[in-house]
Design a protein around this ligand. Structure first.
Ligand code: PXP
Length: 239
């Protein structure tokens, strides 16, 4: 069964716009779980532009909610994450000035560093995932450095679909990477830029077991409500 991870970072973005307490990401995590999210994703960015340390701590302490904490390889953030003890970790690249995570990790450059970080999380029984571009070499390196999962960056395919451009080559890459990762025993996830249409296209790839979706879910919720949007995504992913 495929799973839906709901990224609630932008609930915090909205809260931070006023510098007060509403809307509350902790309430959002509980609400999303009740509405059908299989897990909650939060990204503790180095600049703390949305989720803050206290949010992450409180959300990871919630009972019966699986939390996927996205972090960079920054040593202070890694230490914090080991302390917070989420259920899952997803290591992502991070640039201060980017609007959102622009691409996958550079595994060639950061192989040793990532290997050490993965080992530290795995020692604490925390499922560890790497956010990567759809590249066969990256799948091979992910296996070598013992990642439990890979999350394939779907931003490019999503953009091509939205622009009504040909996306078959990009989809093929994702398909091939998913197959190989699955063969290696690495669980495959997908995320970034996904909406109903792109999720429907990608959900045909049976090796993709988890979708992590944020911005579109929160945006659509303004018009249709969070419960309804989560239900719609579950219908697409699980049918
Ligand atoms: N997965 C990862 C690893 C991400 O970094 C992000 C963006 O924070 C997402 C999924 C969600 O992307 P979007 O907000 O575009 O759905």
């Amino acid at each position: 069964m495929k799973r839906l991870g709901v990224n609630i970072d932008h609930i915090a973005t909205l809260r931070n716009a006023r510098g007060e307490k509403h809307p509350d990401p902790i309430f959002a995590a509980k609400f999303a779980k009740k509405a059908g999210a299989n897990s909650i994703t939060i990204h503790l960015r180095e600049d703390r532009r949305h989720i803050k340390d206290l949010d992450a701590k409180k959300i990871c302490k919630l009972k019966n909610i699986l939390v996927n904490l996205e972090i960079s390889t920054n040593s202070e953030i890694v230490r914090k994450a080991l302390n917070i003890k989420p259920d899952f970790i997803c290591i992502v690249p991070e640039k201060r000035k980017e609007i959102t995570t622009e691409g996958g990790l550079n595994l060639i450059k950061n192989k040793k560093k990532l290997q050490k970080i993965i080992a530290r999380f795995k020692k604490q029984n925390i499922r560890t995932s790497l956010f990567i571009n759809p590249s066969i070499l990256d799948i091979k390196i992910s296996k070598e450095i013992k990642a439990d999962c890979v999350e394939i960056h779907t931003g490019r395919v999503a953009n091509l679909v939205k622009l009504n451009k040909s996306y078959s080559n990009e989809l093929k890459k994702i398909f091939k990477c998913s197959k190989l990762a699955n063969k290696f025993g690495i669980e495959v996830h997908a995320g970034h830029g996904l909406d109903y249409k792109t999720t429907k296209i990608l959900s045909k790839i049976k090796e993709i077991k988890e979708f992590n979706i944020g911005h579109y879910i929160i945006g659509e919720s303004i018009f249709f409500g969070l419960s309804k949007v989560i239900k719609n995504f579950n219908k697409i992913i699980k049918s």
